[in-house]
Design a protein around this ligand. Structure first.
Ligand SMILES: [Mg+2]
Length: 114
């Protein structure tokens, strides 16, 4: 499924919004590569908690029907991605480049089955 906003925004513009948000709250002093990595793990745990002891197929169905569950998943997934993008900013990494490089590596490691 293609998303309109995903097509319109760049990783850089989203990173800029995150850095602006962090700066305006004086959180820069708290955010560093270690604390951001810890935050990614914490938020991934919060995402996982929503799925704990539940059947994967049922969650997929429920996430389409239950707007409250969908919103909770969206929020935790967003938290993970926000911290990941901020980490990339801190380490001066180009998000598109590192994702493309990793996908290329993965395609060699895991050849197509078709
Ligand atoms: Mg969270």
């Amino acid at each position: 499924m293609k998303s309109k906003n995903d097509s319109d925004k760049t990783f850089q513009s989203i990173k800029d919004e995150i850095i602006d948000f962090v700066s305006k709250r004086d959180w820069k002093r708290l955010h560093n590569p270690v604390s951001l990595t810890e935050a990614i793990i914490v938020e991934a745990g919060e995402l996982l908690e929503l799925f704990l002891f539940r059947d994967s197929k049922e969650i997929e169905k429920e996430a389409k029907k239950d707007s409250e569950l969908r919103e909770r998943i969206e929020e935790e997934l967003a938290d993970v991605m926000i911290y990941a993008l901020e980490l990339a900013h801190h380490l001066d990494m180009d998000v598109s480049e590192i994702i493309n490089k990793k996908l290329q590596k993965n395609s060699i490691k895991h050849p197509e089955v078709t």
